[in-house]
Design a protein around this ligand. Structure first.
Ligand SMILES: Nc1ncnc2c1ncn2[C@@H]1O[C@H](COP(=O)(O)OP(=O)(O)OP(=O)(O)O)[C@@H](O)[C@H]1O
Ligand SMILES: [Mg+2]
Length: 308
């Protein structure tokens, strides 16, 4: 039989790995990450940390995987396929956080310093805990110092810093405190700050410069998985070779579009629409009902890719 290595062309597609939990409802977690990578034309790989029995109404059960099995997934994939970026989501326990931090440091030494986006997921939208108390300390001590970008929401930024966040000024103070924990960049997300306001404002900070990322706040119940989709989009754009400020700005545009074009699914907080760039309203459907092979969808995609 031919050795597959002899047939291998040079790596031609950007690669991103997600290390996160499964959301059986498909709107958040590993499923949202892989759909987002796909939509942004990045080849996604995954290491699962936990399975959740979940739908749009909430988390109904959690089954954790052993830290050694998380390590096994990371090792076999990175050894064979490599990666251009990694994102972490639900890590559940201190053991898993420690194992992930240790393997990322190891693989960065082996493969070169690929970017790591840490979404410090702590609680699901419905209130279910996704990270236990000792794991929060491990996240702060072992993982944040490795992060290229960390993306706390309001609650996570409050938990990490002990500060209360009600305004953009409070978010600035929290971002500065989180920056001191070691990540290169901090994005304090504004989905849950000033929820009555007309904009969703995220704050980007690298220890020197502040950037406000503003977008219209969309009135919708379809916000399940917004955080996963946003951090996966940042990782995808980094895998494509964008620098952090542009990757975050493009990801903000992508999540806003995915929320705006969400389809109603389920009885609770429905998912966003990760593949909206292929399905812009007004795009003529093909003979088979598909909307993919047409000009305006291609244009929307180019915009999403930041190439307009
Ligand atoms: N209603 C909305 N309209 C527009 N943008 C939004 C809305 N809600 C959240 N966003 C944006 O979505 C992104 C994710 O932010 P959010 O604060 O919702 O994350 P999160 O709480 O971690 O989400 P999740 O509960 O899915 O983990 C941010 O860029 C935020 O500004
Ligand atoms: Mg989140």
């Amino acid at each position: 039989m031919t050795d597959p290595r002899a047939l291998r062309p040079p790596a031609s597609v950007p690669r991103a790995m997600t290390i996160a939990g499964s959301d059986s409802g498909g709107g958040a977690g590993i499923q949202a990450d892989l759909k987002t990578f796909n939509a942004l034309r990045v080849f996604g790989t995954s290491a699962l940390t936990a399975l959740t029995a979940q739908n749009t109404e909430g988390v109904h059960g959690v089954h954790l995987l052993p830290a050694e099995f998380v390590t096994a997934q990371i090792d076999v994939v990175l050894d064979d396929i490599g990666t251009d970026a990694v994102k972490t989501g639900m890590l559940a326990t201190a053991d898993i956080v420690a194992a992930v931090a240790e393997r990322l440091a190891y693989w960065r030494r082996r493969l070169g310093p690929f970017p790591v986006v840490v979404d410090p997921v702590m609680i699901a939208k419905g209130g279910a805990p996704l990270l236990d108390a000792s794991a929060q300390a491990a996240l702060r001590e072992a993982l944040l110092p490795l992060a290229t970008v960390v993306t706390p929401n309001r609650h996570e930024a409050e938990q990490l810093t002990g500060l209360r966040i009600q305004s953009l000024d409070d978010a600035r103070r929290a971002a500065a405190a989180i920056k001191a924990m070691g990540p290169a960049w901090v994005v304090v997300k504004g989905g849950h700050v000033d929820e009555e306001g007309s904009e969703a404002v995220d704050l980007l900070y690298d220890g020197q410069q502040w950037q406000e990322l503003r977008a219209e706040r969309i009135r919708t119940a379809s916000t399940h998985g917004t955080g996963c989709t946003f951090s996966a989009a940042i990782a995808a754009y980094l895998a494509r070779g964008e620098g952090v400020p542009r990757a975050v700005a493009l990801a903000k545009r992508y999540i806003t579009g995915a929320i705006r074009h969400a389809f109603p699914l389920g009885r609770g907080h429905g998912p966003t629409n990760p593949f909206y760039p292929w399905d812009e309203p007004g795009a003529p459907a093909g003979a088979d009902g598909s909307r993919s092979a047409n000009r305006s969808a291609e244009e929307a995609l180019r915009q999403t890719m930041g190439r307009e």
